[in-house]
Design a protein around this ligand. Structure first.
Ligand code: ADP
Ligand code: MG
Length: 257
């Protein structure tokens, strides 16, 4: 799905990312975990081809960057980030925003066919969002907006779905609904492979199998969730004593001192 070999990204004399080597295989859903400023979004921008690494080799969905048109590749990648929803027209209906994902466009300029409309409505029904039909984007709650953004990203039936901190700014209940939606994706046969970016371990739903820990632009560790999201590893990673409680396959972190 994704293969990075010695990827570095430098801006002036500062490394935003340094020597990242990482393989993400089909059938694995990954969490990219790191504190603010650790380079998570920079890494996603490289994977989507919005940013070119200073050195290193990037292969996404079997295509080596520099040998394949990026706009073709991007059609197969769903990307949910707060940078996109700020650009959406406030007055557009929720269902049109979902539909616009088919063309990866801001606003719906093309005439969707019946099959597309059916698929958009099926997605909205499946994720309990039929009540949002004919509601303009500006009237949606933050949690509803995020769900619409995820369905928009699913509209093009991507092979890879990247979610950059999709729960930022949500209250606890709205956040739970978005997380449930993401977890439900994992149980679907047509589901894309997931890459989820967060700095909260309680957002790591059971659907995720692997994690990559990023610290100051460097790969701290990578592997199965169980071997990384534990007290020993996170105490060292965060350089603070932490306690982790587990409830219903979810983990919750406390800083002890
Ligand atoms: N284009 C850029 N030029 C210089 N510094 C940048 C640029 N983009 C991001 N940074 C810096 O790189 C670091 C990593 O940023 P980012 O990838 O957004 O982190 P994260 O998503 O993990 O919070 C931050 O210190 C940020 O200020
Ligand atoms: Mg970020």
């Amino acid at each position: 799905m994704i293969s990075l070999e010695n990827v570095s990204c430098r801006r002036e004399d500062k490394y935003l990312l340094q020597n990242i080597t990482w393989d993400m295989n089909a059938g694995e859903n990954w969490v990219l975990f790191g504190l603010n400023g650790s380079g998570k979004t920079t890494l996603l921008n490289i994977i989507c081809g919005y940013l070119w690494p200073t050195t290193g080799k990037v292969t996404v969905l079997g295509k080596v960057f520099g040998t394949y048109p990026l706009y073709e590749l991007r059609k197969r990648i769903g990307f949910v980030s707060s940078a996109i929803d700020k650009r959406l027209p406030d007055y557009d209906y929720a269902e049109n925003i979902v539909l616009s994902g088919k063309y990866a466009s801001i606003g719906l300029y093309e005439n969707p066919d019946d099959a597309d409309i059916d698929y958009a409505l099926t997605l909205m029904e499946r994720f309990h969002c039929s009540k949002l039909i004919h509601r303009t984007f500006e009237t949606l709650s933050q949690g509803e907006k995020q769900k619409v953004m995820i369905m928009r990203a699913l509209m093009a039936k991507p092979d890879l779905l990247i979610l950059d901190e999709p729960c930022i700014g949500l209250d606890v209940l709205a956040r739970e609904q978005v997380l449930e939606l993401i977890n439900a994706l994992g149980n679907d046969l047509e589901t894309p492979t997931l890459l989820y970016v967060t700095h909260h371990i309680e957002e790591i739903m059971p659907v995720f199998s692997h994690a990559l820990l990023l610290r100051n632009g460097q790969l701290y560790s990578k592997g199965p969730i169980e071997s990384l999201i534990n007290e020993q590893t996170l105490t060292d990673f965060l350089q603070r004593n932490v306690k982790i409680d587990e409830l219903n396959q979810r983990k919750y972190l406390k800083i002890l001192d």
